[in-house]
Design a binder for this molecule. Structure first.
Ligand code: C2E
Ligand code: CA
Ligand code: CA
Length: 728
């Protein structure tokens, strides 16, 4: 639009606005009629005409001004109640609305706003307000618009009451929408869960919401004007880097919290440094804690805090995948841990593992210490380490881990058996490396425990042997392909009192295999129950034969702890006795301490029932575990078998002698008989006899022998008892 020099309002030809087009048509019409009229004008009438034309021009200018401001004009003749709207924009197509009563205007107003409009007018009429200024919703051409009416009296009556009121009317829908959305934005800014901070181009805080205030531990008003970056512990400003996203550990305000940070620049003008940025800070400390906990669960051993098996495997995977620098790995198994766990209970076992973990950590410098499970630990030495370093570390571990621990007031000792393997020589992937270290560890156990062995190819034979034996054992357990020998037991005067039934296994490939080797394997692969039942049936048969031949003495049979827990051992024993026609009193059941601790109450009840049936009960291998004799008070044992290791130490170590004295005295006071195992010399026998031990078993009297041979040596009831000669 332009206003021409000639004073006539003119519009540019490419007008798109419908209201403006309407004006244009009107101006064009007026121009045409003016041209026509000008020809007819006389000088006199021209003067009048020019005056009228000037008024029309003023009107046109007003129309244009109104168009430009988006406003229309209304007039209300109060007395006549005639309301006229002269508007282009609001009513769009109607140039002038026909005069109508006020009620007509109100009809246009949406019901919910009518009261407000009426009030605005009546307050003004009563001179209670200076002007009319009200906004309301109106339905115009089927859509709802916000209109704002403002006005004042043009003329007053004699009493000073408004007579003609006039003013503007404007469609303020867009403005209202903008206000509304601004309001919403402001609300969102204030109430969002994230901390929001608006910073200017130099990084100063322009505005911050409540959340930001609480995150940064300052009232949000106090934040305004400060530099944000130093507050967050950053040395570079946050703005001017474009949009970015990251995580941050707060070091300044809100110290220790983890936040997720996103910076979004808001460009306000073309000038590069004029823009603000919105910085959103989300406190993710909770999430981080949860993630850490998950990570811990997934990769940290719950008991010791060491890397768990998954983590160790992950590290091995990472390291073996990296070509170049090798490293060594130590596989550590605790000797004697099972006995601690079994005899002192799982709580003590856990404490021992934890203390071992602490010692390992203290000794292993910058290597990784992990726990694979149970009493198995690993150490991954730093990359570049060689076998010599691993052996040196193993020496230190043997010294430190082997020192006594104090658990629940008791001194407990375990020793480590350590297998060492090097990558890539002994394995180029986690599984192979672990297997080599495991094989070496087994070799350390076999070579007498409490030592370290570095892997070499020959060791695989041991592993091969174990695997093959397991396979054979499975098949032979199925066929019950075992035999039994008996080892004689004698009293103080060397008279036979019975014998211990010992299982034997012979395989074509390996010859005679010791039960010390195959019984643990049978327990591992779960065939011990079946083998144990065979031993019970054999014992019942022997007991029957003893009675049938009227021989003095009883037969002892070993019960594996597993049998006691998982098998219906009571039923099996009674069935075996029934089938063989044997008296339970001729059968002695040997149980190790480890059988007792797992669930003393349950095992105690079972033992009481067994004793009730007449079976005799002996505590085997006494002295190898950690149980106190207090167990014996509560359990219905008849005998305690003192372990071979005590007997072996007798000659050289007087401490064993003192301890044995105590054990014998206690057993006496509890009414328990004592049996010494593994007696190999006359000196041992004499010494043990002097201590007051009642029975003896060992190579000095007899090696395990075939059943018939053993029976032939027993005394017949009613005849003079035989005496066994020593030194077999
Ligand atoms: P154990 O119950 O302590 O059996 C005594 C072991 O000591 C036997 O070994 C026996 O031959 C050996 N021995 C006896 N006197 C001496 C001696 O003077 N010096 C030495 N150095 N050793 C002696 P064996 O027969 O090899 O049995 C080993 C272990 O296998 C047994 O230890 C027992 O725990 C287990 N075992 C044997 N037969 C069975 C069975 O039928 N069932 C179960 N569950 N375990 C069995
Ligand atoms: Ca035994
Ligand atoms: Ca024994």
């Amino acid at each position: 639009m332009n206003l021409s020099a000639g004073g006539t309002a003119r519009l540019s030809p490419d007008v798109q606005d419908p209201a403006l087009a309407l004006l244009q048509r009107r101006f064009d019409r007026e121009r045409a009629s003016r041209k026509a009229a000008e020809a007819l004008l006389t000088d006199k009438s021209r003067e009048l005409y020019d005056v009228a034309e000037a008024a029309r021009e003023a009107e046109r200018r007003l129309q244009l001004a109104l168009w430009a401001s988006g406003e229309g004009i209304w007039t209300w003749d109060v007395a006549a109640d005639r309301f006229t709207i002269n508007d282009l924009q609001v009513l769009d197509t109607v140039h002038h609305s026909p005069p109508q009563p006020m009620a007509g205007l109100l009809a246009m107003v949406q019901a919910e706003d009518q009261q407000a409009v009426k009030l605005a007018f009546s307050l003004y009429l009563r001179q209670a307000s200076d002007d009319i200024d009200t906004a309301f919703r109106a339905r115009l051409q089927d859509c709802e618009r916000w209109l704002r009416i403002r006005g004042r009296a043009l003329t007053h009556d004699a009493q000073g009451r408004p007579q003609t009121v006039t003013g503007t009317i404007k469609d303020v829908t867009a403005q209202r929408d903008a206000e509304q959305s601004l309001h919403l934005m402001a609300q969102a800014f204030a109430s969002t869960h994230d901390a929001l901070v608006v910073v200017d181009a130099r990084g100063f805080i322009v505005q911050a919401n409540e959340r930001a205030g609480s995150l940064l531990e300052q009232p949000c008003e106090a934040l305004e004007g400060s530099l944000l970056a130093p507050l967050l512990g950053l040395d570079r400003p946050l703005s001017g880097r474009g949009a970015w996203h990251g995580e941050l550990l707060l070091k300044g305000a809100g110290k220790g919290r983890h936040v997720e940070l996103s910076v979004t620049p808001v460009q306000q003008s073309a000038a590069a440094d004029s823009g603000c940025s919105i910085v959103a800070l989300r406190d993710i400390s909770e999430r981080r804690r949860a993630e850490d906990a998950l990570h811990r669960q997934a990769f940290v051993d719950g008991l010791t805090g060491l890397a768990n098996r998954a983590r160790v495997m992950q590290l091995l995977q990472e390291r073996t995948a990296r070509p170049g620098r090798g490293f060594t790995m130590l596989f550590i198994d605790l000797d004697g841990f099972k006995a601690v766990n079994d005899t002192l209970g799982h709580g003590a076992g856990d404490t021992l593992l934890l203390q071992t973990a602490l010692r390992l950590r203290a000794i292993v410098g910058n290597g990784v210490v992990g726990r694979l499970g149970g009493d198995e630990f690993v150490v991954l030495q730093a990359e570049g380490s060689a076998i010599a370093q691993a052996l040196a570390l193993a020496d230190a571990l043997i010294t430190h881990v082997g020192r006594p621990y104090t658990i629940d007031g008791q001194s407990v000792q375990v020793t480590p058996s350590i297998g060492i393997a090097a990558c890539p020589e002994h394995g180029q992937n986690p599984a192979d490396l672990l297997r080599s270290a495991d094989v070496a560890m087994y070799a350390a156990k076999e070579q007498g425990r409490n030592r370290a062995v570095a892997y070499h190819g020959d060791l695989d034979h041991g592993r091969q042997r174990r695997l093959q034996l397991q396979q054979l054992l499975r098949a032979d357990a199925e066929r019950e392909a075992f035999s039994f020998v008996v080892q004689l037991q004698v009293d103080m005067r060397r008279r036979p009192v019975g014998g211990e039934l010992l299982m034997r296994w012979q395989t074509p490939a390996f010859g005679v295999v010791s039960p010390a080797e195959f019984i643990p394997l049978a327990e591992q692969i779960g065939v011990i129950d079946r083998m144990g039942r065979l031993a019970l049936r054999t014992a019942a048969r022997v007991a029957h034969e003893l009675a049938a031949a009227r021989l003095l003495g009883s037969v002892s049979v070993n019960l594996s702890p597993r049998q006691l827990l998982h098998d219906d051992v009571e039923r099996a024993l009674l069935d075996a006795c029934m089938a063989a026609g044997a008296e339970p009193a001729r059968i002695e059941l040997e149980l190790t301490e480890s059988a007792l601790v797992t669930d003393v109450a349950q095992v105690g009840a079972l033992l009481t029932r067994l004793a009730g049936h007449g079976f005799r009960l002996a505590l085997d291998d006494f002295g190898t575990g950690y149980s106190s004799l207090s167990h014996l008070r509560q359990l219905p044992f008849h005998k305690v078998k003192i372990d071979r290791s005590f007997v072996q130490d007798l000659n050289i170590e007087s401490r064993s002698l003192v301890m044995l004295e105590g054990v014998v005295r206690l057993c006496d006071s509890l009414g328990l008989a004592t049996v010494a195992e593994g007696v190999e010399t006359r000196e041992q026998f004499e010494m043990l006899r002097r201590l007051g031990i009642a029975c003896f078993q060992g190579y000095w009297f007899a090696r395990p022998q075939p059943l018939a041979e053993w029976m032939a040596g027993l005394s017949v009831q009613g005849q003079a008892p035989r005496v066994v000669a020593g030194g077999c």
